[in-house]
Structures are given as C-alpha cells and as structure tokens.
Ligand binder design. Structure first.
Ligand code: GLN
Length: 191
C-alpha cells in the first residue's frame, strides 16, 4: 500500500486527500521538503500555478523534488499542478519545475469557455467515460517521445498525459466523486 503526499501549500489539497481516504490510500499533507522522504507518490493540486511555484521556491522544494523524482517518486499534477510539472510553458510565468517532458499553455481554453465539463475516455481507466471538470485549464501543446497521451478533447488536444511514473491532468478528478483516477495514480505509485 503506497503512502501519497499531497503538496499542501496552496490549492485544493483537502479534496485530494478526501479522494485518497475514499480508496483507502494513506495520505499526508506536505509543507516542507524533508517531508518528501519515504513517500511513494506526490500530488500537486489545482490552484494558482504562479503562487504554487513561488511557494515551492520559498520553501526550497525545487531540488529535493527533482532528486526524489529521479529516485522513483511518482508525481501527479492536476491543472495548476500540470503547469508546475512542465518542461516548458508558453507563458512568461511561472518558471515550471521541468520534471515532465511536456510543453503547456496556461488558461488555454480562452475566456469564452473559461470552465466547462465533458465526458472523457482516459486510456488505462476502465469503465464509463470520466466526467471531467475543466477550470481555467491548461492544455498540453507538445509532448516528448516518452510521453503517452491518455486523453484528448476536441479530437486532438491532450488533457491527460503520462511519462513513466509522472501523470498530469488538465482537469480535476478531486472535485468529483469518481475515485478512478486516484486509484490509477495510487497503482502507479505502488509499482
Ligand atoms: N489557471 C490556473 C493557473 O494558471 C490553473 C487553474 C486550476 O488549477 N484550476 O495556475
């Protein structure tokens, strides 16, 4: 059984913990880099990516996180968390951590459709489509050779991607009652 940390410096970390509780996976709120030790997985929640990155740097998470990922820590970023994980952003701010070989554009669905809901088939997740909530969501604009696209909207826009033990979703499974994506990540973290 994995232990999953939820980065608890800004954003909807409480909702992620509620989902992990629901599937019986042990979770911890992570506020300092030394708390990363001994974790199997880490969730970087949705919120405001500029604030999350600012606090990541203030608390000194950048290098320890890079090291833990190299040593096999699984990480899942939802929405702002996806932005934080990216290798490159099409926006000026923030400076992403570069942990995952994806290029991302923030608030990519434009003002008109700021937030929306849709049904999504996510590769690797059995059962009916996922009810996906997008809130000022980012979009993956390019992926490296080792990145697998798990789900797309409008036919060709990636919104769920995986690279080894790293997972990123532009939507928010933690704001629904469907625990399947949390189960999927918990299984990745257990391997
Ligand atoms: N638009 C936010 C950002 O750029 C992300 C929104 C979210 O996490 N729901 O950080």
């Amino acid at each position: 059984m994995p232990t999953i940390g939820v980065l608890a410096i800004q954003g909807d970390f409480i909702e992620h913990r509620r989902m992990l509780d629901a599937i019986g996976t042990e979770s911890k709120e992570i506020r300092l880099p030394k708390q990363l030790e001994g974790l199997d997985g880490l969730i970087i929640p949705g919120g405001e990516s500029t604030t999350i990155v600012q606090l990541i740097d203030i608390y000194g998470f950048r290098n320890p996180l890079r090291k833990q990922v190299k040593d096999g820590l699984a990480v899942w970023g939802t929405c702002a968390g996806m932005i934080v994980l990216a290798r490159k952003l099409l926006d000026k701010r923030p400076e992403p951590l570069g942990l995952m070989d994806i290029e991302v554009s923030r608030n990519a669905f434009g003002r008109q459709i700021d937030s929306f809901e849709t049904s999504l088939d996510v590769s690797g997740i059995p059962g009916p489509p996922i009810h996906a909530l997008f809130i000022r969501a980012p979009l993956v604009t390019n992926v490296g050779a080792n990145v697998q696209i798990l789900a797309q909207v409008d036919g060709d826009k990636p919104v769920a991607v995986r690279e080894g033990k790293l997972l990123a979703t532009a939507f928010h499974p933690e704001l629904t009652n469907d625990t399947r994506v949390h189960k999927f990540f918990s299984d990745i973290a257990s391997t």
